[in-house]
Design a protein around this ligand. Structure first.
Ligand code: PLP
Length: 427
């Protein structure tokens, strides 16, 4: 469920008409619904609690929002106020999480290639855990921690070698992906880490992909994770935490429906039985995707004599790259629906490459130049992947709460864009 519904026939976000936002801020612009963010976070939280999946000291399981899905400080603050933690993959993301008011003890530092200085920053900040992905990274974490006179709290990322479906570019759980170590390596490394003066291994973690719509591969992976916890404990090693990653799909219109958070939690409870660990999760997409839209204006309707019609928008692949990069499908809705029979459009941006096509041959209500359209389900992996390609200004972001809205990242000026470059004085 989300809060992008019409008011008197005109598409709105919560209590704010999208046309009012377009008028005040211009287009293209991302618009986020704080009520939807809160709702998605709390639906998951309640589902986990209902199945008895607990966190540290018998408290709630940690839901560490994957900051890479949407890293706007205002979005993070909405989630922080609900009690969310953060799953981060760079020093920049740790800094964002802290700046948004997420306490360090709820921040997980993940990622395949952390630098020594990023590890030092994370350790000084006191993050909850560092999810290490390879043997060299474990050694580096140990060295950095010892040089700071501390121990790095680590979880070892295991690659469960399962195919979770979804697009190849976002599948992460097969042995030939770059992520994590095998089960046998994890056992050896966990034992080693337990005897290392710079490390305190507290658990294991996995994350097998994104936009997963089938629980079966997750259940397979999680049951292997349970087996590893039991084997490690059998060797006398302490395993306090189990981080099961993110990856649960979000409902995208016209795409396979993902399992509900309740079904997901139930599957985990059934798979884990009475395994006594503190659970944590790293959802990104399922919280943010349907909490955001990209609002754009039709520049022209370009009709080819052969009959093809192109709706040329003021948004482009640099603003929303998912269709070009992942063949992603976004529902497109006119903000005001014109009367008349459906028409077939290729919806495209103005960038000079064919990849700048949002969709081909989509049946939509009739469109005319000047109309506003919304790309739904654009709150995750949307603005965070935007760029200035073609020297287009970075797309702004707006957050709505009830009947108020605020620009939470302004559109830069052309001067600011040019000021980013430096021409050396010897030219
Ligand atoms: C990308 C990522 C996530 C979030 O994935 P979603 O599909 O957005 O839930 C969580 N954990 C790790 C380690 C990731 O790389």
């Amino acid at each position: 469920m989300n809060h992008f519904e019409p008011i008197d026939g005109e598409l709105a976000c919560e209590g704010v008409l999208l046309s009012d936002i377009a008028q005040a801020v211009g287009t293209p612009v991302y618009v986020y619904s704080s009520a939807t963010l809160e709702r998605h976070y709390n639906v998951l939280r309640q589902a986990l609690a209902a199945e008895g999946l607990k966190g540290e000291n018998g408290g709630e399981a940690l839901i560490a929002f994957a900051v890479k899905a949407n890293s706007n400080l205002a979005v993070l603050k909405v989630l922080a106020q609900q009690g969310a933690g953060a799953d981060t993959v760079s020093e920049g993301e740790i800094r964002r999480a802290l700046a948004a008011g997420i306490p360090a003890h709820k921040i997980v530092f993940s990622g395949v290639g952390k630098t020594a200085s990023e590890l030092a920053f994370a350790l000084k900040a006191g993050v909850s855990e560092i999810n290490v992905e390879s043997e060299p990274e474990i050694h580096l974490a140990s060295q950095v921690a010892q040089s700071l006179g501390t121990r790095a709290v680590i979880a070892i990322r295991v690659n469960p070698d399962v195919s979770a479906g979804g697009h190849a570019k976002i599948a992460t759980g097969k042995a030939d992906n770059k992520f994590g170590v095998s089960f046998s390596e994890a056992e050896r490394l966990y034992a080693q880490a337990s005897n290392n003066a710079g490390l305190r291994p507290v658990g294991i973690t996995c994350h097998i992909g994104s936009q997963i719509t089938d629980l079966a591969p997750m259940a397979t992976a999680f049951s292997k994770m349970k087996g590893l916890v039991q084997r490690l404990r059998g060797e006398g090693l302490a395993v306090e935490r189990l981080d099961l990653g993110g990856g649960l799909g979000a409902p995208y219109f016209n795409q396979p429906t993902p399992p509900s958070p309740a079904d997901y939690a139930q599957m985990i409870a059934q798979t884990m039985g009475d395994l006594d660990v503190a659970y944590s999760f790293e959802p990104g997409r399922m919280i943010a995707a349907n909490a955001g839209i990209l609002l754009s204006q039709v520049l022209h309707i370009h009709r080819r004599p052969e009959g093809r019609q192109f709706a040329v928008l003021d948004a482009a692949m640099n603003d929303l790259i998912r269709p070009a990069m992942y063949d992603a499908y976004h529902d497109i809705k006119p903000v005001l629906v014109r009367q008349g029979p459906m028409e077939t459009y290729d919806v495209v941006g103005p960038i000079c490459e064919t990849g700048d096509t949002f969709t081909r041959e989509r049946d939509l209500p009739p469109l005319e130049a000047g109309d506003l359209v919304a790309f739904l389900s654009a709150g995750a992996y949307g603005a965070v992947m935007s760029s200035q390609y073609n020297s287009r200004l970075l797309v702004p972001e707006v957050l709505v709460r009830g009947d108020q809205f605020a620009v939470v990242r302004p559109r830069p000026t052309y001067e600011a864009m040019l000021d980013q470059d430096v021409v050396p004085d010897w030219l």
